[in-house]
Design a protein around this ligand. Structure first.
Ligand SMILES: [Zn+2]
Length: 147
């Protein structure tokens, strides 16, 4: 599988990570499955509900997840991934990320060092849920993009 990301989506995720720095930013990736490609069509920013440890945790409330999912549903899209930022940390999943991850979804993490977005990586949980595998990101411009 490869994750197909429009440069505008990538820019939106980076901007969100910088805007919420030093807290973690998070959101959903809505899209479609095309053969072995997960194609992002819409980026849905969400509010990080963690107030106790917002610097190194993120929490998506079930209610806001459900609302975002309904919205994507209406546009004929599925939740294909979750993105979040790592303030002053590399874009590698933490143990917390692994424990709270769902199978199959793409976990896009962008490192934000001193308020500036840096490296972005995508990860997918392994079948035994014991670790993450890196997932290639293909940058591709789409004609129609919702943000
Ligand atoms: Zn994380």
């Amino acid at each position: 599988m490869t994750l197909v990301l429009d440069p505008r989506h990538e820019a939106a995720i980076r901007r969100h990570g910088e805007a919420d720095y030093p807290a973690e930013a998070c959101g959903l990736l809505g899209g479609v499955l095309e053969a072995d490609r997960k194609v992002v069509v819409q980026v849905v920013p969400l509010v990080n509900q963690r107030t106790d440890a917002a610097r190194n945790r993120y929490l998506i409330e079930p209610e806001s997840f459900r609302r975002a999912q309904e919205k994507l549903d209406r546009d004929g899209l599925d939740v294909i991934g979750v993105y979040h930022s790592h303030p002053d940390h590399p874009p590698a999943p933490s143990a917390f990320d692994r424990e709270h991850a769902w199978p199959w979804l793409s976990y896009v993490i962008v490192g934000v060092g001193r308020g500036r977005a840096g490296e972005m990586k995508s990860w997918v949980l392994t079948d035994d849920r014991g670790s993450f595998d890196g997932e290639p990101i293909t940058r591709e411009e789409r004609k129609v993009v919702w943000q």
